[in-house]
Design a protein around this ligand. Structure first.
Ligand code: PMP
Length: 426
Protein backbone atom coordinates (compact mmCIF):
# COMPACT_ATOMS: atom_id res chain seq x y z
CA UNK A 1 0.00 0.00 0.00
CA UNK A 2 1.33 3.44 -0.84
CA UNK A 3 1.94 6.19 1.72
CA UNK A 4 -1.19 8.26 1.03
CA UNK A 5 -3.49 5.23 1.09
CA UNK A 6 -2.14 4.22 4.48
CA UNK A 7 -3.34 7.58 5.88
CA UNK A 8 -6.94 6.62 5.07
CA UNK A 9 -6.44 3.17 6.53
CA UNK A 10 -5.10 4.57 9.74
CA UNK A 11 -7.21 7.68 10.25
CA UNK A 12 -10.48 7.32 8.37
CA UNK A 13 -13.45 5.33 9.59
CA UNK A 14 -14.20 1.81 8.37
CA UNK A 15 -17.35 3.26 6.84
CA UNK A 16 -15.44 4.43 3.76
CA UNK A 17 -16.41 2.50 0.65
CA UNK A 18 -15.60 3.86 -2.83
CA UNK A 19 -11.89 4.17 -2.01
CA UNK A 20 -11.92 0.41 -1.47
CA UNK A 21 -13.46 -0.29 -4.91
CA UNK A 22 -11.20 2.24 -6.63
CA UNK A 23 -7.88 1.99 -4.77
CA UNK A 24 -6.00 4.98 -6.20
CA UNK A 25 -5.25 8.49 -4.93
CA UNK A 26 -6.87 10.86 -7.40
CA UNK A 27 -5.27 14.19 -8.15
CA UNK A 28 -6.89 15.62 -11.28
CA UNK A 29 -10.03 15.34 -13.36
CA UNK A 30 -11.36 16.83 -16.57
CA UNK A 31 -14.53 16.01 -18.48
CA UNK A 32 -14.87 12.22 -18.33
CA UNK A 33 -11.28 11.48 -17.30
CA UNK A 34 -9.52 11.23 -13.96
CA UNK A 35 -5.84 10.86 -13.09
CA UNK A 36 -4.19 9.44 -10.01
CA UNK A 37 -1.00 10.52 -8.27
CA UNK A 38 1.09 8.21 -10.47
CA UNK A 39 -0.32 9.84 -13.59
CA UNK A 40 -2.48 6.82 -14.52
CA UNK A 41 -5.47 7.90 -16.61
CA UNK A 42 -8.98 6.57 -16.02
CA UNK A 43 -12.15 6.92 -18.06
CA UNK A 44 -14.95 7.82 -15.68
CA UNK A 45 -18.05 5.65 -16.13
CA UNK A 46 -19.19 6.54 -12.61
CA UNK A 47 -19.64 10.34 -12.78
CA UNK A 48 -19.78 10.90 -9.05
CA UNK A 49 -22.75 8.50 -8.77
CA UNK A 50 -24.70 10.87 -11.01
CA UNK A 51 -23.42 14.15 -9.51
CA UNK A 52 -21.19 14.86 -12.53
CA UNK A 53 -23.54 14.52 -15.48
CA UNK A 54 -21.73 17.41 -17.21
CA UNK A 55 -18.31 15.90 -16.40
CA UNK A 56 -15.50 17.17 -14.19
CA UNK A 57 -14.43 20.81 -14.09
CA UNK A 58 -16.52 22.08 -16.99
CA UNK A 59 -14.75 25.15 -18.42
CA UNK A 60 -17.76 27.52 -18.47
CA UNK A 61 -18.84 26.63 -14.96
CA UNK A 62 -15.27 26.88 -13.68
CA UNK A 63 -14.78 30.32 -15.24
CA UNK A 64 -18.05 31.64 -13.77
CA UNK A 65 -17.11 30.28 -10.34
CA UNK A 66 -13.54 31.64 -10.40
CA UNK A 67 -14.78 35.10 -11.45
CA UNK A 68 -17.37 35.08 -8.69
CA UNK A 69 -14.86 34.02 -6.02
CA UNK A 70 -12.24 36.53 -7.26
CA UNK A 71 -14.84 39.24 -6.90
CA UNK A 72 -15.50 38.29 -3.24
CA UNK A 73 -19.06 37.26 -4.06
CA UNK A 74 -20.93 35.98 -1.02
CA UNK A 75 -20.26 32.29 -0.34
CA UNK A 76 -22.56 31.32 2.51
CA UNK A 77 -25.92 32.93 3.14
CA UNK A 78 -28.42 30.44 4.64
CA UNK A 79 -31.59 31.40 2.78
CA UNK A 80 -30.93 35.10 2.58
CA UNK A 81 -31.58 36.83 -0.73
CA UNK A 82 -28.53 36.78 -3.01
CA UNK A 83 -27.96 37.60 -6.67
CA UNK A 84 -26.78 34.08 -7.62
CA UNK A 85 -29.90 32.54 -6.07
CA UNK A 86 -32.15 34.95 -7.97
CA UNK A 87 -30.30 34.26 -11.22
CA UNK A 88 -30.60 30.50 -10.70
CA UNK A 89 -34.35 30.62 -9.94
CA UNK A 90 -34.98 32.79 -12.99
CA UNK A 91 -33.01 30.53 -15.29
CA UNK A 92 -34.54 27.33 -13.90
CA UNK A 93 -37.96 28.79 -14.55
CA UNK A 94 -37.20 30.05 -18.04
CA UNK A 95 -35.05 27.22 -19.40
CA UNK A 96 -36.53 24.18 -17.65
CA UNK A 97 -39.92 24.66 -15.99
CA UNK A 98 -41.81 26.99 -18.35
CA UNK A 99 -40.96 25.17 -21.60
CA UNK A 100 -42.14 21.93 -19.96
CA UNK A 101 -45.31 23.62 -18.69
CA UNK A 102 -44.39 22.71 -15.11
CA UNK A 103 -45.71 25.11 -12.52
CA UNK A 104 -43.62 24.31 -9.44
CA UNK A 105 -42.55 26.28 -6.40
CA UNK A 106 -38.89 25.78 -5.57
CA UNK A 107 -37.69 24.90 -2.10
CA UNK A 108 -34.02 24.68 -1.10
CA UNK A 109 -33.63 22.06 1.64
CA UNK A 110 -30.17 21.15 2.95
CA UNK A 111 -27.90 20.49 -0.03
CA UNK A 112 -28.03 16.69 -0.36
CA UNK A 113 -30.36 14.10 -1.85
CA UNK A 114 -31.55 12.82 1.47
CA UNK A 115 -32.48 16.35 2.54
CA UNK A 116 -34.83 16.85 -0.39
CA UNK A 117 -36.42 13.46 0.27
CA UNK A 118 -36.95 14.28 3.97
CA UNK A 119 -38.56 17.59 3.03
CA UNK A 120 -40.82 15.91 0.46
CA UNK A 121 -42.04 13.29 2.96
CA UNK A 122 -42.65 15.96 5.62
CA UNK A 123 -44.57 18.16 3.21
CA UNK A 124 -46.74 15.29 1.94
CA UNK A 125 -47.66 14.35 5.51
CA UNK A 126 -48.34 17.96 6.44
CA UNK A 127 -50.54 18.62 3.41
CA UNK A 128 -52.63 15.46 3.69
CA UNK A 129 -52.63 15.01 7.47
CA UNK A 130 -51.84 11.33 6.85
CA UNK A 131 -48.86 9.45 8.23
CA UNK A 132 -48.26 6.51 5.88
CA UNK A 133 -46.08 6.56 2.77
CA UNK A 134 -45.98 3.89 0.07
CA UNK A 135 -42.47 3.11 -1.14
CA UNK A 136 -41.34 0.49 -3.65
CA UNK A 137 -39.12 -2.58 -3.56
CA UNK A 138 -35.48 -1.76 -4.34
CA UNK A 139 -36.07 1.97 -4.03
CA UNK A 140 -33.19 4.02 -2.65
CA UNK A 141 -33.74 7.46 -1.19
CA UNK A 142 -30.92 8.28 1.22
CA UNK A 143 -29.38 7.59 4.59
CA UNK A 144 -31.28 9.71 7.13
CA UNK A 145 -34.09 8.03 9.02
CA UNK A 146 -37.05 9.24 6.93
CA UNK A 147 -35.27 8.43 3.66
CA UNK A 148 -34.11 5.06 4.98
CA UNK A 149 -37.66 4.21 5.94
CA UNK A 150 -38.63 4.38 2.25
CA UNK A 151 -35.46 2.58 1.09
CA UNK A 152 -35.55 -1.16 0.36
CA UNK A 153 -31.98 -2.36 0.89
CA UNK A 154 -31.76 -4.55 3.98
CA UNK A 155 -28.23 -3.73 5.09
CA UNK A 156 -28.78 0.02 4.69
CA UNK A 157 -32.03 -0.23 6.66
CA UNK A 158 -30.31 -2.20 9.40
CA UNK A 159 -27.88 0.68 9.83
CA UNK A 160 -30.73 2.81 11.19
CA UNK A 161 -30.65 0.84 14.44
CA UNK A 162 -34.30 1.64 15.14
CA UNK A 163 -37.59 0.48 13.63
CA UNK A 164 -38.37 2.24 10.38
CA UNK A 165 -42.06 2.99 10.53
CA UNK A 166 -45.07 4.53 8.82
CA UNK A 167 -44.18 3.08 5.44
CA UNK A 168 -45.67 0.26 3.37
CA UNK A 169 -43.51 -1.25 0.62
CA UNK A 170 -45.22 -2.28 -2.60
CA UNK A 171 -43.75 -4.15 -5.60
CA UNK A 172 -42.08 -1.95 -8.22
CA UNK A 173 -42.69 -2.62 -11.91
CA UNK A 174 -41.62 -6.19 -12.78
CA UNK A 175 -40.55 -7.00 -9.22
CA UNK A 176 -40.37 -10.76 -8.80
CA UNK A 177 -42.69 -12.48 -11.27
CA UNK A 178 -42.57 -10.29 -14.38
CA UNK A 179 -46.05 -11.40 -15.39
CA UNK A 180 -47.67 -9.93 -12.27
CA UNK A 181 -49.43 -6.61 -12.71
CA UNK A 182 -47.94 -4.93 -9.65
CA UNK A 183 -50.23 -1.90 -9.83
CA UNK A 184 -53.33 -4.06 -9.83
CA UNK A 185 -51.97 -5.60 -6.67
CA UNK A 186 -51.28 -2.14 -5.18
CA UNK A 187 -54.71 -0.82 -6.07
CA UNK A 188 -56.37 -3.81 -4.46
CA UNK A 189 -54.76 -2.82 -1.16
CA UNK A 190 -56.04 0.74 -1.51
CA UNK A 191 -59.53 -0.31 -2.53
CA UNK A 192 -60.21 -3.11 -0.07
CA UNK A 193 -61.16 -1.96 3.42
CA UNK A 194 -59.83 -5.20 4.82
CA UNK A 195 -56.33 -4.84 3.36
CA UNK A 196 -54.74 -3.38 6.48
CA UNK A 197 -53.16 -0.63 4.38
CA UNK A 198 -54.31 2.93 5.07
CA UNK A 199 -54.53 5.47 2.27
CA UNK A 200 -51.06 7.01 2.37
CA UNK A 201 -50.00 10.65 2.19
CA UNK A 202 -47.83 9.86 -0.82
CA UNK A 203 -46.06 7.32 -2.94
CA UNK A 204 -42.34 7.87 -3.48
CA UNK A 205 -40.39 6.33 -6.31
CA UNK A 206 -37.57 6.62 -8.82
CA UNK A 207 -38.59 6.17 -12.46
CA UNK A 208 -35.34 4.24 -12.93
CA UNK A 209 -33.98 2.78 -9.73
CA UNK A 210 -30.30 3.65 -9.48
CA UNK A 211 -28.81 1.98 -6.41
CA UNK A 212 -31.53 -0.69 -6.48
CA UNK A 213 -30.22 -2.22 -9.72
CA UNK A 214 -30.99 0.05 -12.73
CA UNK A 215 -34.61 -1.07 -12.87
CA UNK A 216 -36.55 1.05 -15.35
CA UNK A 217 -40.30 1.29 -14.86
CA UNK A 218 -42.33 1.13 -18.06
CA UNK A 219 -44.02 4.34 -19.17
CA UNK A 220 -47.48 2.69 -18.93
CA UNK A 221 -46.70 1.68 -15.37
CA UNK A 222 -45.78 5.26 -14.40
CA UNK A 223 -48.91 6.59 -16.13
CA UNK A 224 -51.13 4.07 -14.38
CA UNK A 225 -49.54 4.87 -11.02
CA UNK A 226 -50.31 8.55 -11.59
CA UNK A 227 -53.95 7.65 -12.35
CA UNK A 228 -54.19 5.61 -9.14
CA UNK A 229 -52.68 8.48 -7.10
CA UNK A 230 -55.24 10.90 -8.54
CA UNK A 231 -58.11 8.50 -7.92
CA UNK A 232 -57.24 7.99 -4.25
CA UNK A 233 -56.01 11.56 -3.65
CA UNK A 234 -52.45 10.41 -2.94
CA UNK A 235 -49.48 12.67 -3.67
CA UNK A 236 -46.88 11.39 -6.13
CA UNK A 237 -43.26 12.09 -5.24
CA UNK A 238 -40.67 11.39 -7.90
CA UNK A 239 -37.16 11.13 -6.51
CA UNK A 240 -35.13 12.37 -9.48
CA UNK A 241 -31.93 12.77 -7.47
CA UNK A 242 -30.11 10.17 -9.58
CA UNK A 243 -32.28 9.74 -12.68
CA UNK A 244 -32.82 13.47 -13.25
CA UNK A 245 -30.77 16.18 -15.01
CA UNK A 246 -30.53 14.40 -18.35
CA UNK A 247 -29.50 10.96 -17.13
CA UNK A 248 -32.37 9.20 -18.87
CA UNK A 249 -32.26 11.47 -21.93
CA UNK A 250 -34.53 14.32 -20.81
CA UNK A 251 -34.04 16.89 -18.04
CA UNK A 252 -36.58 15.16 -15.77
CA UNK A 253 -36.77 11.38 -15.95
CA UNK A 254 -40.58 11.44 -16.02
CA UNK A 255 -40.97 13.61 -19.14
CA UNK A 256 -41.27 10.68 -21.55
CA UNK A 257 -44.15 9.25 -19.48
CA UNK A 258 -46.00 12.57 -19.73
CA UNK A 259 -46.82 12.55 -16.01
CA UNK A 260 -46.72 15.54 -13.64
CA UNK A 261 -45.61 14.51 -10.16
CA UNK A 262 -46.88 16.57 -7.23
CA UNK A 263 -43.40 16.75 -5.70
CA UNK A 264 -40.00 16.28 -7.34
CA UNK A 265 -36.69 15.74 -5.54
CA UNK A 266 -33.48 16.92 -7.23
CA UNK A 267 -29.86 16.97 -6.09
CA UNK A 268 -26.59 15.43 -7.38
CA UNK A 269 -26.13 17.04 -10.85
CA UNK A 270 -28.39 20.06 -10.31
CA UNK A 271 -25.31 21.92 -8.97
CA UNK A 272 -23.59 21.12 -12.29
CA UNK A 273 -20.02 21.11 -11.01
CA UNK A 274 -20.29 18.54 -8.25
CA UNK A 275 -21.04 21.21 -5.65
CA UNK A 276 -23.75 20.32 -3.10
CA UNK A 277 -27.22 21.61 -3.91
CA UNK A 278 -30.72 20.16 -3.62
CA UNK A 279 -34.18 21.32 -4.66
CA UNK A 280 -37.64 20.17 -3.78
CA UNK A 281 -40.17 21.20 -6.41
CA UNK A 282 -43.89 21.07 -5.74
CA UNK A 283 -47.23 22.26 -7.04
CA UNK A 284 -47.99 25.75 -5.67
CA UNK A 285 -51.13 24.62 -3.81
CA UNK A 286 -48.96 22.33 -1.66
CA UNK A 287 -46.84 25.22 -0.43
CA UNK A 288 -48.20 25.40 3.10
CA UNK A 289 -44.83 25.55 4.87
CA UNK A 290 -44.49 28.02 7.71
CA UNK A 291 -41.32 30.13 7.34
CA UNK A 292 -38.33 28.12 8.56
CA UNK A 293 -40.41 25.01 9.31
CA UNK A 294 -37.86 22.99 7.36
CA UNK A 295 -34.44 24.61 7.21
CA UNK A 296 -30.71 23.90 7.00
CA UNK A 297 -27.49 25.89 7.43
CA UNK A 298 -26.11 25.15 3.98
CA UNK A 299 -29.15 25.89 1.83
CA UNK A 300 -27.58 29.05 0.45
CA UNK A 301 -24.63 27.48 -1.35
CA UNK A 302 -23.94 30.40 -3.68
CA UNK A 303 -21.03 28.69 -5.42
CA UNK A 304 -23.43 25.93 -6.41
CA UNK A 305 -25.99 28.50 -7.60
CA UNK A 306 -23.33 30.00 -9.87
CA UNK A 307 -22.37 26.66 -11.44
CA UNK A 308 -25.97 25.39 -11.51
CA UNK A 309 -27.02 28.48 -13.50
CA UNK A 310 -24.15 27.99 -15.95
CA UNK A 311 -25.06 24.29 -16.25
CA UNK A 312 -28.63 25.09 -17.30
CA UNK A 313 -27.24 26.78 -20.43
CA UNK A 314 -26.62 23.29 -21.83
CA UNK A 315 -30.41 22.88 -22.00
CA UNK A 316 -30.88 26.00 -24.13
CA UNK A 317 -29.49 24.12 -27.12
CA UNK A 318 -31.71 21.22 -28.28
CA UNK A 319 -28.70 19.45 -29.76
CA UNK A 320 -27.55 18.64 -26.19
CA UNK A 321 -30.62 16.49 -25.56
CA UNK A 322 -30.32 14.91 -29.00
CA UNK A 323 -26.67 14.00 -28.38
CA UNK A 324 -27.62 12.27 -25.12
CA UNK A 325 -30.23 10.23 -26.98
CA UNK A 326 -27.82 9.30 -29.78
CA UNK A 327 -25.12 8.17 -27.35
CA UNK A 328 -27.68 6.30 -25.24
CA UNK A 329 -28.52 4.21 -28.31
CA UNK A 330 -24.86 3.28 -28.65
CA UNK A 331 -24.69 2.28 -24.99
CA UNK A 332 -27.73 0.02 -25.27
CA UNK A 333 -26.56 -1.48 -28.57
CA UNK A 334 -23.19 -2.29 -27.01
CA UNK A 335 -24.75 -3.86 -23.92
CA UNK A 336 -27.18 -5.94 -25.97
CA UNK A 337 -24.33 -7.25 -28.11
CA UNK A 338 -22.26 -8.01 -25.02
CA UNK A 339 -25.07 -10.03 -23.43
CA UNK A 340 -25.63 -11.93 -26.67
CA UNK A 341 -21.93 -12.57 -27.27
CA UNK A 342 -21.11 -13.85 -23.78
CA UNK A 343 -23.96 -16.14 -22.71
CA UNK A 344 -21.75 -17.32 -19.81
CA UNK A 345 -22.54 -13.96 -18.17
CA UNK A 346 -26.19 -14.96 -17.96
CA UNK A 347 -26.90 -11.28 -18.25
CA UNK A 348 -29.69 -8.93 -19.19
CA UNK A 349 -29.57 -5.29 -20.28
CA UNK A 350 -31.11 -2.89 -17.80
CA UNK A 351 -32.03 0.77 -17.65
CA UNK A 352 -32.93 3.70 -19.83
CA UNK A 353 -30.81 6.37 -21.55
CA UNK A 354 -27.44 7.00 -19.91
CA UNK A 355 -28.59 5.02 -16.91
CA UNK A 356 -27.74 1.53 -18.07
CA UNK A 357 -26.08 -1.68 -17.01
CA UNK A 358 -26.00 -5.43 -17.18
CA UNK A 359 -27.53 -7.59 -14.50
CA UNK A 360 -25.83 -10.99 -14.20
CA UNK A 361 -27.24 -14.07 -12.55
CA UNK A 362 -23.70 -15.35 -11.93
CA UNK A 363 -22.87 -14.73 -8.30
CA UNK A 364 -20.22 -12.00 -7.83
CA UNK A 365 -19.63 -11.57 -11.57
CA UNK A 366 -20.57 -7.88 -11.83
CA UNK A 367 -18.17 -6.93 -9.04
CA UNK A 368 -15.35 -8.91 -10.63
CA UNK A 369 -15.95 -7.22 -13.99
CA UNK A 370 -15.91 -3.77 -12.35
CA UNK A 371 -12.65 -4.64 -10.55
CA UNK A 372 -11.04 -5.83 -13.80
CA UNK A 373 -12.24 -2.67 -15.53
CA UNK A 374 -10.57 -0.53 -12.86
CA UNK A 375 -7.26 -2.35 -13.43
CA UNK A 376 -7.61 -1.41 -17.10
CA UNK A 377 -8.33 2.27 -16.43
CA UNK A 378 -12.14 2.43 -16.24
CA UNK A 379 -14.11 3.56 -13.19
CA UNK A 380 -17.44 1.77 -12.98
CA UNK A 381 -19.54 0.70 -10.00
CA UNK A 382 -22.08 -2.00 -9.24
CA UNK A 383 -25.70 -1.74 -8.10
CA UNK A 384 -28.58 -3.94 -6.98
CA UNK A 385 -29.40 -5.78 -3.75
CA UNK A 386 -26.67 -8.39 -4.43
CA UNK A 387 -24.40 -6.02 -6.38
CA UNK A 388 -25.43 -8.07 -9.38
CA UNK A 389 -25.47 -5.20 -11.89
CA UNK A 390 -22.51 -3.37 -13.38
CA UNK A 391 -23.52 0.14 -14.07
CA UNK A 392 -22.51 2.40 -16.98
CA UNK A 393 -22.81 5.98 -15.78
CA UNK A 394 -20.48 8.17 -17.86
CA UNK A 395 -20.88 11.95 -17.97
CA UNK A 396 -23.47 12.87 -20.60
CA UNK A 397 -20.84 14.98 -22.34
CA UNK A 398 -18.47 12.08 -23.06
CA UNK A 399 -17.00 11.89 -26.58
CA UNK A 400 -17.98 9.00 -28.85
CA UNK A 401 -14.35 7.98 -28.99
CA UNK A 402 -13.92 7.59 -25.24
CA UNK A 403 -17.35 6.03 -24.88
CA UNK A 404 -16.13 3.35 -27.26
CA UNK A 405 -12.80 3.04 -25.44
CA UNK A 406 -14.81 2.40 -22.29
CA UNK A 407 -16.84 -0.27 -24.11
CA UNK A 408 -13.62 -1.98 -25.23
CA UNK A 409 -12.34 -2.03 -21.63
CA UNK A 410 -15.61 -3.52 -20.42
CA UNK A 411 -15.46 -6.26 -23.04
CA UNK A 412 -11.83 -7.03 -22.17
CA UNK A 413 -12.81 -7.20 -18.50
CA UNK A 414 -15.69 -9.56 -19.25
CA UNK A 415 -13.31 -11.79 -21.19
CA UNK A 416 -10.73 -11.70 -18.41
CA UNK A 417 -13.32 -12.73 -15.81
CA UNK A 418 -14.88 -15.44 -17.98
CA UNK A 419 -11.52 -16.67 -19.26
CA UNK A 420 -12.51 -16.11 -22.91
CA UNK A 421 -9.43 -15.55 -25.10
CA UNK A 422 -10.67 -13.86 -28.28
CA UNK A 423 -12.96 -10.83 -28.56
CA UNK A 424 -16.41 -11.81 -29.75
CA UNK A 425 -18.23 -8.51 -30.44
CA UNK A 426 -15.46 -6.66 -32.33
N1 PMP B 1 -32.25 9.48 -3.84
C1 PMP B 1 -31.65 8.76 -4.82
C2 PMP B 1 -32.48 8.24 -5.93
C3 PMP B 1 -30.27 8.54 -4.77
O1 PMP B 1 -29.70 7.81 -5.73
C4 PMP B 1 -29.52 9.07 -3.70
C5 PMP B 1 -28.01 8.86 -3.60
N2 PMP B 1 -27.47 7.79 -4.23
C6 PMP B 1 -30.19 9.80 -2.71
C7 PMP B 1 -31.55 10.00 -2.81
C8 PMP B 1 -29.45 10.37 -1.54
O2 PMP B 1 -28.62 11.40 -1.91
P1 PMP B 1 -27.46 11.91 -0.95
O3 PMP B 1 -26.43 10.81 -0.90
O4 PMP B 1 -26.95 13.15 -1.58
O5 PMP B 1 -28.08 12.14 0.37
Amino acid sequence: MNETMSIFNELESEVRSYCRSFPAVFTKAKGWKMWDEDGTEYIDFFAGAGALNYGHNDEKMKRALIDYIADDGITHSLDMATKPKAAFLKKLNEVILKPRKLNYKVMFPGPTGTNTVESALKLARKVTGRTEIISFTNGFHGMTIGSLSVTGNASKRKGAGIPLTNVVTMPYDKFGDEEVDTLRYLEQFLRDNGSGVDIPAAVILETVQGEGGINAARMEWLQQLERICKKYDILMIIDDVQAGIGRTGTFFSFEEAGITPDIVCLSKSIGGYGLPLALTLFKPELDIWAPGEHNGTFRGNNHAFITATAALSYWEDPSFEQAIKDKSKKIHAFLTKLVDSYPEMNGCVKGRGFMAGIGSKVDGLAGKIAAEAFKRGLIMETAGPEDEVFKLFPPLTISDEDLEKGFAIIEESVRAVLGVKEPVTT
